[in-house]
Design a binder for this molecule. Structure first.
Ligand code: DGP
Length: 115
């Protein structure tokens, strides 16, 4: 838990968010600036700065995080149409909150990110 980390504060209920899923390992909540009809962030409850900080012991946690993302996509009704999972990493990757998170984005057709 990092007092200065907004996602840690959401996980611990110190900051408000529209939480859609929570278990002992991960929390999911709606992005405050949605870019599509569905825009959910799935985060590990434990503070991990980014993919750069992952260790071998985090393998199950990260697998679980993606399983939860898929479950939420089904619940949101976007699994058949398709969706995008994004993990921005570092400044060049566009990461602005340094608590690892997967963006689950869908509900509309998106441009291909590689052009
Ligand atoms: P990234 O650029 O990948 O680090 O994405 C960070 C996302 O976090 C961005 O889409 C906006 C979202 N965000 C930032 N602060 C808050 C907050 O306080 N609450 C919620 N729900 N989302 C936030």
């Amino acid at each position: 838990m990092r007092e200065t980390c907004i996602f840690c504060r959401i996980v611990s209920n110190e900051a408000r968010a529209a939480i859609v899923y929570r278990d002992e390992q991960v929390t999911a909540f709606r992005d405050i600036h949605p870019v599509a009809p569905t825009h959910i962030l799935v985060v590990p409850n434990r503070h991990i700065e980014s993919v750069n900080a992952l260790e071998a012991e985090d393998e199950r946690l990260m697998g679980h995080l993606f399983i939860v993302a898929g479950k939420l996509a089904r619940e949101e009704g976007i699994d058949r149409g398709g969706y995008r999972l994004i993990v921005n990493t570092g400044a060049d990757g566009g990461q602005t909150v340094f608590h690892l998170h997967v963006h689950l984005i869908g509900g509309q057709r998106m441009m291909h990110p590689m052009g």
